[in-house]
Design a protein around this ligand. Structure first.
Ligand code: ASP
Length: 348
């Protein structure tokens, strides 16, 4: 199943920065140098968003047993999809403005150069697996809405109510409080509107042979307009794999990621020689540069969060964020929670 892949030497102009470092100005100039990669390490590595500690541990364990990289990554993120207590993914995810959970997911398999995705999928707990079925069984890449659901049902996926009591209560409270001038009576007049909850899981893996895969799955922006699709199911935004270079993926404000094709761009920066964390931060610089003024504060800093997670073919990994954040990684021996590299300190 796994075709030959080219072994190349990593000769880039890596900046030398490691995860956790704030990136230095002037990196953009270094990013122009071309680089090719030779795989030196022979470890299984996984990198994921901060909610992915169990995912990276599972992916690492499965790759050690020889399980394919995409299957390992998907089995990892499925833990969050099936967890009713993760309000940002799969079952128990926060719904759209009508109270309906609509899920987005995408994946790529490096060795076979294939991709699959689903958007605005209702009633199926594991959209990452449906995305894999699109990848495996169709000549298409992206199915949405009713068509994506019918496709899943045809393979025996069960239709279920994805709202938990807790996610329904949070939605009802949001609906009641959202406006003074609608017909819904506020639940609690004193209650402050909390920032809109977000979340997603992205997982990127490389195995001991240097084969690479990536997956991202989410319930998207809570209270979104029905039909809104974020970055997660968009190949090149929510995640991207190139088996010669590495993989990257994202969580956070999807609209800002889509405009820069951030996962693709991060892989391209790695191709040119940047280390994973530096590539992620370089992509975030592009995000800031392409942000409309209403999304920036008086110092030009984003009013939103966005993170990128990346691994290269050598098994080097890292993550970047707008503001300090955490991510999860399996480094070949253990699952760890680590600090991201970031663009700006948060105000005290
Ligand atoms: N990226 C997701 C989206 O825009 C949301 C998130 O990660 O918080 O749908």
């Amino acid at each position: 199943m796994t075709p030959e892949y080219s072994r190349r030497e990593f000769l880039g102009t890596a900046s030398g920065l490691t995860a956790g470092a704030v990136i230095a100005p002037g990196l953009a100039a270094q990013a122009a140098a071309p680089a090719v990669h030779v795989r030196k390490s022979s470890t299984n590595v996984a990198v994921a968003s901060g909610n992915g500690l169990r995912a990276v541990a599972k992916a690492g364990e499965l790759m050690a047993q020889g399980v394919d990289t995409l299957d390992a990554a998907i089995e990892g993120v499925k833990i969050q999809e099936l967890d009713p207590n993760d309000p940002s993914v799969g079952y128990g995810g926060l719904p759209n403005e009508n109270g309906v959970v609509q899920l987005d997911a995408s994946c790529m398999h490096g060795p076979t150069k294939r991709a699959g995705a689903v958007g605005a999928l209702e009633g199926i707990k594991t959209p990452s697996v449906v995305a894999k079925y699109v990848l495996l069984y169709t000549d298409h890449i992206f199915l949405v809405g009713e068509g994506a659901k019918k496709f899943a049902l045809s393979y025996g996926f069960k239709e279920e109510d994805l709202l938990t009591d807790s996610s329904r209560q949070r939605w009802l409270r949001w609906r009641a409080n959202r406006s003074e001038s609608d017909d819904w009576i506020n639940v609690d007049e004193d209650e402050q509107m909390v920032p809109r909850p977000t979340g997603t899981i992205n997982c990127n893996v490389v195995n001991a042979n240097g084969d690479i895969s990536s997956v991202t799955t989410t319930s998207g922006l809570s209270w979104k307009i029905p039909g809104r699709v974020g970055d997660s199911p968009i190949i090149g935004a929510g995640q991207y794999t190139d088996n010669d270079v590495g993989a990257a993926g994202s969580t956070g404000r999807g609209e800002s990621n889509i405009k820069v094709c951030g996962a693709f761009l991060t892989v391209e920066f790695m191709r040119r020689g940047l280390k994973p964390a530096d590539a992620a931060v370089e992509t975030l610089r592009r995000v800031v540069a392409t942000s409309e003024p209403r999304l920036l504060d008086e110092h030009g800093r984003p009013r939103f969060s966005l993170n990128f997670y990346a691994v290269n073919k050598n098994g080097e990994f890292g993550a970047g964020s707008v503001y300090p954040s955490r991510y999860a990684a399996f480094d070949g021996s253990e699952a760890l929670r680590l600090d991201t590299a970031y663009l700006y300190e948060r105000d005290a």
